[in-house]
Design a protein around this ligand. Structure first.
Ligand code: SF4
Length: 275
């Protein structure tokens, strides 16, 4: 088990934390993304296993994902959902599990957040570039890829959607309209991981990668950012990042990375106690 770093009394390791062996056995895009963003945040989340109340923004993202998953599954079964059923699925997903309370914000009434979430789903179904009769190749599919030949952990991940013809889609709910190239750059690790997993599982090359951003503007909007198949340099870059992850976890190199991302970090208080 990795030893706890010195952070004071508020953040003892919990039984949700993972051992070094577990962290080195597999790696996912989200774990790698947290590692690259801030190693101390990674420590709090994955080693100490600290859990914080869910935020309204994360709840909206989870619910929108869940409804779109059902919408995609219904197309896969050739029984598309009508507007009424979509609303019923939304209502069902909106109630959070009892053990996952949400820290509602006093400035943003719950009912307004719910309306915003439903508005995002309705906007997406109006504006999506995916034809209603297009059968997906795969929906919410778990995959893993053995990277032991490279001396690396097994890559694991869940792909939101693979459209007909091998178009990999990832859904995002965000607060600001994304810039195309920056969005691809910011999501490079995730998209490369999904493309590698797809290639390994199907022995085919993906035809495209699509980010479907559902933007939480006053009037919600959809921004689709697309790129072609991943390139050799992207793959090499991804492997270098995983190598760096492996070295860092082995050394227990959990240092903070203060910066703009700290404003949204749920471990801010614990971080201030770190030394
Ligand atoms: S507050 Fe910033 S530096 Fe501290 S753990 Fe969070 S992201 Fe890292």
């Amino acid at each position: 088990m990795i030893a706890a770093v010195e952070i004071g009394p508020v953040a003892p390791p919990t039984n949700r934390g993972r051992s070094k062996a577990e962290l080195l056995a597999t790696v996912s895009a989200s774990r790698l993304g947290t590692w690259l963003g801030c190693r101390l945040k990674f420590y709090f989340r994955y080693v100490a296993g600290l859990r914080k109340p869910n935020t309204p923004a994360r709840h909206v993202g989870t619910v929108v994902h869940a409804v779109l998953q059902q919408w995609n599954l219904a197309r896969w079964r050739r029984t598309p959902l009508n507007a009424e059923t979509v609303k019923a699925v939304f209502e069902q997903k909106w109630t959070p599990p009892e053990d996952e309370p949400i820290a509602w914000d006093a400035d943003e009434p719950k009912v307004a957040v719910k309306e915003q979430a439903l508005g995002l789903v309705e906007m997406y179904l109006r504006e999506t570039p995916i034809p209603p009769d297009e059968k997906p190749e795969a929906v919410e599919v778990s995959a893993e890829m053995d990277l032991s030949a490279h001396g690396l952990p097994t890559l694991v991940g869940v792909i939101d959607l693979v459209r007909a013809g091998g178009r990999i889609v990832d859904f995002k709910t965000i607060g600001r309209t994304p810039d195309g190239e920056m969005a691809l750059h910011n999501n490079d690790v995730q998209l490369t991981a999904y493309a590698l997993l797809y290639r390994d599982a199907t022995e085919r090359r993906e035809s495209a990668l699509e980010l479907h951003h559902l933007v939480k503007n006053k009037t919600p909007k959809l921004v689709v950012t697309e790129s072609g198949p991943i390139t050799g340099p992207q793959i090499a870059r991804f492997y270098r990042l995983v190598e760096s992850y492996v070295r860092g976890v082995e050394l227990e190199d959990f240092v903070p990375s203060p910066g703009i991302q700290c404003a949204a970090c749920e471990f801010f208080n614990e971080c201030r106690l770190w030394h």
